[in-house]
Design a protein around this ligand. Structure first.
Ligand code: HEC
Length: 183
């Protein structure tokens, strides 16, 4: 009986210790452990990504070089390109710009600072393919744009260069040119 009591005490103490450790391991009580991975330039979930280092060139080749002005669309607007663009548009743009491109996507209601542009409007259609390409690539009002002082941006659109390859961005541009302009 005495042994049983002693064991009970030992196990109770152990249980309390283990429970204490478990609390720490599941962040119930959050302790900022020193994590070596954090000791570098990095960005957290949903933080604006770091700007592309100056003078770096993407593996697909230079999409845009600072000081070179707006790039020229190298992809012919054939059936394949437009079909691909339409597909990509529904995935990457429709939630903000809407199925018809008029800027009334599901997310548009939640964008307080600046509403998505009406891509069928006179003002946006008057801009070149290259300017659309840059808006898709680097977003609008993104710190990354500071690398491109000769391009004017004014609002709130995320940079999508990590979501779409260079070719895909031109496909989306070709598709956008097929949208019927607003009356
Ligand atoms: C998170 C929402 C969001 C997504 C996703 C998004 N946009 Fe935008 N877009 C915006 C907002 C907001 C603006 C308005 C910025 C402004 O007027 O300054 C804008 C503006 C634009 C413009 C106008 C640029 C100009 O020069 O006036 C173009 C072109 C454009 N978007 C294309 C696209 C394409 C193509 C995609 C998909 C590949 C896309 N956007 C995805 C929010 C979004």
């Amino acid at each position: 009986m005495r042994l049983f009591k002693q064991l009970l005490v030992v196990f109770s103490v152990l249980a309390v210790l283990v429970a204490g450790l478990m609390i720490l391991s599941y962040d119930v009580i959050k302790i900022d452990w020193l994590v070596l991975m954090e000791l570098q330039e990095s960005f957290d979930d949903q933080e604006t990504p770091l700007a592309v280092p100056a003078r770096s060139i993407p593996v697909e080749g230079a999409a845009y070089l600072p000081g070179m002005g707006e790039p020229v669309n190298p992809v012919p607007a054939d059936e394949t390109s437009i079909a691909r663009g339409a597909e990509l548009y529904t995935i990457h743009c429709q939630m903000c710009h809407g199925a018809d491109g008029r800027g009334t996507g599901t997310i548009a209601a939640f964008l307080v600072k600046k509403k998505p542009a009406d891509l069928t409007s006179e003002a946006v259609r008057a801009k070149s393919d290259g300017s659309w390409f840059l808006a898709i690539s680097y977003g609008i009002s993104n710190p990354a744009n500071s690398l491109f002082p000769d391009v004017e941006f004014s609002g709130q659109m995320p940079a999508l260069n990590e979501n779409l390859t260079v070719r895909e961005r031109w496909d989306v541009v070709n598709y956008l040119r097929t949208l019927t302009p607003a009356e």
